[in-house]
Design a protein around this ligand. Structure first.
Ligand SMILES: C[S@@+](CC[C@H](N)C(=O)[O-])C[C@H]1O[C@@H](n2cnc3c(N)ncnc32)[C@H](O)[C@@H]1O
Length: 225
Protein backbone atom coordinates (compact mmCIF):
# COMPACT_ATOMS: atom_id res chain seq x y z
CA UNK A 1 0.00 0.00 0.00
CA UNK A 2 2.78 2.39 1.03
CA UNK A 3 4.80 1.38 -2.07
CA UNK A 4 1.81 2.01 -4.35
CA UNK A 5 1.32 5.42 -2.76
CA UNK A 6 5.03 6.27 -3.22
CA UNK A 7 4.82 5.20 -6.90
CA UNK A 8 1.74 7.33 -7.47
CA UNK A 9 3.46 10.39 -5.88
CA UNK A 10 6.58 9.78 -8.03
CA UNK A 11 4.51 9.48 -11.21
CA UNK A 12 2.59 12.66 -10.32
CA UNK A 13 5.97 14.36 -9.75
CA UNK A 14 7.16 13.27 -13.24
CA UNK A 15 3.98 14.71 -14.78
CA UNK A 16 4.52 18.04 -12.99
CA UNK A 17 8.16 18.20 -14.19
CA UNK A 18 7.07 17.42 -17.79
CA UNK A 19 4.37 20.12 -17.66
CA UNK A 20 6.81 22.72 -16.26
CA UNK A 21 9.37 21.88 -19.01
CA UNK A 22 6.66 22.18 -21.69
CA UNK A 23 5.58 25.60 -20.38
CA UNK A 24 9.15 26.89 -20.11
CA UNK A 25 9.88 25.65 -23.68
CA UNK A 26 6.73 27.39 -24.89
CA UNK A 27 7.76 30.75 -23.35
CA UNK A 28 11.37 30.41 -24.53
CA UNK A 29 10.17 29.62 -28.03
CA UNK A 30 7.65 32.46 -28.04
CA UNK A 31 10.34 34.93 -26.87
CA UNK A 32 12.66 33.78 -29.68
CA UNK A 33 9.82 34.15 -32.19
CA UNK A 34 9.13 37.72 -31.02
CA UNK A 35 12.84 38.55 -31.39
CA UNK A 36 13.23 36.95 -34.85
CA UNK A 37 9.92 35.69 -36.36
CA UNK A 38 11.32 34.83 -39.80
CA UNK A 39 14.13 32.67 -38.39
CA UNK A 40 12.01 30.85 -35.81
CA UNK A 41 9.00 30.45 -38.12
CA UNK A 42 6.52 29.25 -35.46
CA UNK A 43 5.06 30.66 -32.26
CA UNK A 44 5.29 27.37 -30.37
CA UNK A 45 7.46 24.25 -30.42
CA UNK A 46 6.19 21.40 -32.60
CA UNK A 47 3.76 19.09 -30.79
CA UNK A 48 4.10 15.36 -30.11
CA UNK A 49 1.69 14.46 -32.91
CA UNK A 50 3.78 16.27 -35.57
CA UNK A 51 7.01 14.89 -34.05
CA UNK A 52 5.68 11.33 -34.39
CA UNK A 53 4.42 12.01 -37.92
CA UNK A 54 7.69 13.43 -39.25
CA UNK A 55 9.76 10.57 -37.78
CA UNK A 56 7.33 7.69 -38.40
CA UNK A 57 9.25 6.15 -41.33
CA UNK A 58 12.68 6.38 -39.70
CA UNK A 59 14.34 3.16 -38.52
CA UNK A 60 17.48 2.55 -36.44
CA UNK A 61 19.32 1.47 -39.63
CA UNK A 62 18.87 5.04 -40.99
CA UNK A 63 21.50 6.36 -38.58
CA UNK A 64 23.40 8.62 -38.71
CA UNK A 65 20.54 11.10 -38.98
CA UNK A 66 20.80 14.84 -39.61
CA UNK A 67 18.26 17.20 -38.04
CA UNK A 68 17.98 20.76 -39.33
CA UNK A 69 16.53 23.59 -37.23
CA UNK A 70 16.27 21.35 -34.16
CA UNK A 71 14.92 24.16 -31.93
CA UNK A 72 14.04 22.84 -28.48
CA UNK A 73 14.52 19.21 -29.55
CA UNK A 74 10.97 17.88 -29.95
CA UNK A 75 11.80 16.03 -33.19
CA UNK A 76 15.10 14.94 -31.60
CA UNK A 77 13.22 13.21 -28.79
CA UNK A 78 10.96 11.49 -31.33
CA UNK A 79 14.06 10.28 -33.25
CA UNK A 80 15.44 8.75 -30.05
CA UNK A 81 12.06 7.07 -29.49
CA UNK A 82 12.36 5.58 -33.01
CA UNK A 83 15.57 3.86 -31.93
CA UNK A 84 18.19 6.26 -33.36
CA UNK A 85 21.19 6.41 -31.02
CA UNK A 86 21.89 9.85 -29.56
CA UNK A 87 25.50 9.58 -30.74
CA UNK A 88 24.17 9.04 -34.30
CA UNK A 89 22.45 12.44 -34.32
CA UNK A 90 23.84 15.64 -35.82
CA UNK A 91 21.68 18.64 -34.88
CA UNK A 92 22.03 21.85 -36.89
CA UNK A 93 20.69 25.00 -35.27
CA UNK A 94 21.26 28.66 -36.10
CA UNK A 95 19.84 30.22 -32.90
CA UNK A 96 22.40 30.41 -30.08
CA UNK A 97 19.61 30.14 -27.46
CA UNK A 98 18.31 26.87 -28.92
CA UNK A 99 21.82 25.58 -29.59
CA UNK A 100 22.65 25.74 -25.85
CA UNK A 101 19.42 23.95 -24.91
CA UNK A 102 20.20 21.16 -27.39
CA UNK A 103 23.76 20.74 -26.05
CA UNK A 104 22.37 20.47 -22.53
CA UNK A 105 19.54 18.06 -23.40
CA UNK A 106 21.41 15.79 -25.82
CA UNK A 107 25.01 15.70 -24.58
CA UNK A 108 25.99 12.71 -26.76
CA UNK A 109 24.62 14.23 -29.99
CA UNK A 110 26.75 16.49 -32.21
CA UNK A 111 25.23 19.99 -32.07
CA UNK A 112 26.38 22.37 -34.81
CA UNK A 113 25.75 26.07 -34.43
CA UNK A 114 25.53 26.95 -38.10
CA UNK A 115 23.34 28.09 -40.99
CA UNK A 116 21.88 25.01 -42.70
CA UNK A 117 22.49 26.65 -46.09
CA UNK A 118 26.23 26.03 -45.56
CA UNK A 119 25.87 22.24 -45.33
CA UNK A 120 27.30 21.68 -48.79
CA UNK A 121 30.60 23.28 -47.74
CA UNK A 122 31.23 20.95 -44.77
CA UNK A 123 32.65 17.45 -44.70
CA UNK A 124 30.35 16.39 -41.88
CA UNK A 125 30.25 12.63 -42.34
CA UNK A 126 33.60 11.40 -43.67
CA UNK A 127 33.21 7.80 -44.84
CA UNK A 128 29.52 7.68 -43.89
CA UNK A 129 26.33 9.14 -45.25
CA UNK A 130 23.07 9.82 -43.52
CA UNK A 131 19.96 7.69 -44.05
CA UNK A 132 17.52 10.48 -43.23
CA UNK A 133 17.28 14.23 -42.75
CA UNK A 134 14.51 15.66 -40.55
CA UNK A 135 13.91 19.35 -41.08
CA UNK A 136 12.07 21.80 -38.86
CA UNK A 137 13.36 24.72 -40.93
CA UNK A 138 10.88 27.48 -41.85
CA UNK A 139 11.44 27.07 -45.61
CA UNK A 140 8.41 29.22 -46.52
CA UNK A 141 10.08 32.31 -45.03
CA UNK A 142 13.37 31.71 -46.89
CA UNK A 143 14.55 32.89 -50.30
CA UNK A 144 14.62 30.49 -53.25
CA UNK A 145 18.42 30.66 -53.25
CA UNK A 146 18.58 29.61 -49.62
CA UNK A 147 16.09 26.73 -50.01
CA UNK A 148 18.13 25.51 -52.98
CA UNK A 149 21.40 25.63 -51.00
CA UNK A 150 19.84 23.81 -48.04
CA UNK A 151 18.47 20.98 -50.18
CA UNK A 152 21.51 20.53 -52.39
CA UNK A 153 23.82 20.74 -49.35
CA UNK A 154 21.76 18.26 -47.33
CA UNK A 155 21.49 15.78 -50.23
CA UNK A 156 25.27 15.84 -50.63
CA UNK A 157 25.35 13.94 -47.28
CA UNK A 158 22.35 11.63 -47.91
CA UNK A 159 22.60 7.97 -49.03
CA UNK A 160 21.29 7.23 -52.55
CA UNK A 161 17.97 5.90 -51.25
CA UNK A 162 17.83 8.22 -48.22
CA UNK A 163 15.02 10.67 -47.47
CA UNK A 164 14.60 14.29 -46.39
CA UNK A 165 11.51 14.89 -44.25
CA UNK A 166 10.08 18.41 -44.12
CA UNK A 167 6.99 19.73 -42.41
CA UNK A 168 4.93 22.71 -43.50
CA UNK A 169 2.00 24.80 -42.29
CA UNK A 170 1.12 25.50 -45.93
CA UNK A 171 -1.21 23.62 -48.26
CA UNK A 172 1.54 22.53 -50.66
CA UNK A 173 5.09 21.23 -50.49
CA UNK A 174 7.25 24.13 -49.23
CA UNK A 175 9.92 23.32 -51.84
CA UNK A 176 8.76 24.79 -55.17
CA UNK A 177 8.48 22.38 -58.10
CA UNK A 178 11.22 24.09 -60.21
CA UNK A 179 13.73 23.52 -57.38
CA UNK A 180 12.73 19.85 -57.09
CA UNK A 181 13.06 19.47 -60.88
CA UNK A 182 16.41 21.21 -60.98
CA UNK A 183 17.85 19.00 -58.24
CA UNK A 184 16.33 15.76 -59.58
CA UNK A 185 14.12 15.36 -56.51
CA UNK A 186 10.50 14.41 -55.91
CA UNK A 187 8.20 15.14 -52.96
CA UNK A 188 5.45 12.93 -51.53
CA UNK A 189 3.02 14.00 -48.81
CA UNK A 190 3.22 11.40 -46.04
CA UNK A 191 0.51 12.75 -43.74
CA UNK A 192 -0.96 15.66 -41.84
CA UNK A 193 -2.04 16.45 -38.30
CA UNK A 194 -4.53 18.92 -36.87
CA UNK A 195 -3.18 18.22 -33.39
CA UNK A 196 -0.45 20.83 -33.77
CA UNK A 197 -0.42 24.64 -33.46
CA UNK A 198 -0.94 25.41 -36.33
CA UNK A 199 -1.99 22.19 -38.15
CA UNK A 200 0.85 20.82 -40.28
CA UNK A 201 1.68 18.36 -43.08
CA UNK A 202 4.83 16.34 -43.73
CA UNK A 203 6.59 15.70 -47.07
CA UNK A 204 9.19 13.06 -47.91
CA UNK A 205 11.69 14.36 -50.47
CA UNK A 206 13.83 11.79 -52.28
CA UNK A 207 15.98 11.52 -55.39
CA UNK A 208 14.06 10.63 -58.54
CA UNK A 209 16.89 8.31 -59.56
CA UNK A 210 18.37 7.07 -56.30
CA UNK A 211 21.60 5.99 -57.91
CA UNK A 212 22.06 9.02 -60.18
CA UNK A 213 23.97 12.09 -59.04
CA UNK A 214 22.14 15.08 -57.63
CA UNK A 215 23.93 18.06 -59.11
CA UNK A 216 24.63 21.20 -57.15
CA UNK A 217 23.33 23.89 -59.44
CA UNK A 218 22.40 27.50 -59.77
CA UNK A 219 19.00 29.16 -59.34
CA UNK A 220 16.53 27.77 -61.93
CA UNK A 221 15.53 30.03 -64.83
CA UNK A 222 12.57 32.19 -63.95
CA UNK A 223 13.17 32.04 -60.18
CA UNK A 224 14.60 34.87 -58.19
CA UNK A 225 16.18 34.76 -54.77
C1 LIG B 1 9.83 26.02 -36.58
S1 LIG B 1 11.28 26.05 -35.59
C2 LIG B 1 11.63 24.32 -35.30
C3 LIG B 1 11.00 23.83 -34.13
C4 LIG B 1 11.46 22.52 -33.55
N1 LIG B 1 10.97 21.41 -34.32
C5 LIG B 1 10.88 22.53 -32.14
O1 LIG B 1 9.77 22.07 -31.99
O2 LIG B 1 11.53 23.06 -31.24
C6 LIG B 1 12.56 26.43 -36.76
C7 LIG B 1 13.97 26.29 -36.22
O3 LIG B 1 14.89 26.46 -37.29
C8 LIG B 1 15.98 27.26 -36.87
N2 LIG B 1 16.56 27.88 -38.08
C9 LIG B 1 16.00 28.84 -38.87
N3 LIG B 1 16.82 29.11 -39.91
C10 LIG B 1 17.89 28.29 -39.79
C11 LIG B 1 19.05 28.09 -40.59
N4 LIG B 1 19.27 28.80 -41.70
N5 LIG B 1 19.95 27.16 -40.18
C12 LIG B 1 19.74 26.43 -39.05
N6 LIG B 1 18.65 26.59 -38.26
C13 LIG B 1 17.74 27.49 -38.62
C14 LIG B 1 15.32 28.26 -35.91
O4 LIG B 1 16.27 28.86 -35.05
C15 LIG B 1 14.32 27.37 -35.19
O5 LIG B 1 14.89 26.74 -34.09
Amino acid sequence: MATAKRRSIASHGDQVVTAVCAYSDFFRFFRSWVADPLRVGAVAPSGDSLSRLITQEIRPSDGPVLELGAGTGTFTRALLARGIRESDLTLVEYGSDFMRILQHRFPRARVLWMDASQLGNCDLFPGATVGAVVSGLPLLSMSTRKVMSILSGAFSHVRPAGSFYQFTYGLRCPVPRPILDRLGLKATRTGATVRNIPPAAVYRITRRQPFGITRRSSIPDGLTA
